[in-house]
Design a protein around this ligand. Sequence first.
Ligand SMILES: Nc1nc2c(ncn2[C@@H]2O[C@H](COP(=O)(O)OP(=O)(O)O)[C@@H](O)[C@H]2O)c(=O)[nH]1
Ligand SMILES: [Mg+2]
Length: 175
Amino acid sequence: MNLRILYHGLGMAGKTTNLEKLREIYSDYVSDRIHQQTSEGRTVYLDILSLSIKTKSGDKEIGVELFTTPGQERFRILRKWIFGRVDGLVLVLDSTRSLEENLRAYEEVKEYGLNGVPMVLQLNKRDVGKLSPEEVRVAFGDVPLVEAVATAGMGVAETFRAVLKEALNAKATAG
Ligand SMILES: Nc1nc2c(ncn2[C@@H]2O[C@H](COP(=O)(O)OP(=O)(O)O)[C@@H](O)[C@H]2O)c(=O)[nH]1
Ligand SMILES: [Mg+2]
């Protein structure tokens, strides 16, 4: 089985940081050989991380491909092409920005027809941001929400496991 997980959110929300931390946390499971090309630590194009993980029972191997959307406006047109099939979506919210700003990223999710995709919210930058989980819940209802400080690795694996669970559940339901 193969799953494709997209990390979407405003530019600078912490998408790349999530993938970098996951690469460290799951270093034994990294199956890609793509060398991340960044300049000054910023995403040049897009980040991909391929993991090969085993199910709880250990009898099945799942390939998980994680990717982020590039924030630069000039790549806007390419995003549709990047999206293709998406099995799970992490909407990375930046708690240093307003709810309204963050909702723009969700508007894009809808614009690209991804609003039916299993979604997990990550409220990132809890170390510096003011946007509260309560405000987010009012806007999104009971979508799974994980608080994070991606730079410290906090909430990163939890977010990944949550979206994996949502994606696998949806697959099981679909048969
Ligand atoms: N203080 C703080 N900074 C963060 C956090 N997550 C990411 N950053 C910083 O925010 C900036 C943008 O992060 P990046 O992962 O490149 O965002 P992207 O544009 O969504 O890929 C970088 O300087 C990160 O180090 C966090 O939880 N707390
Ligand atoms: Mg990035």
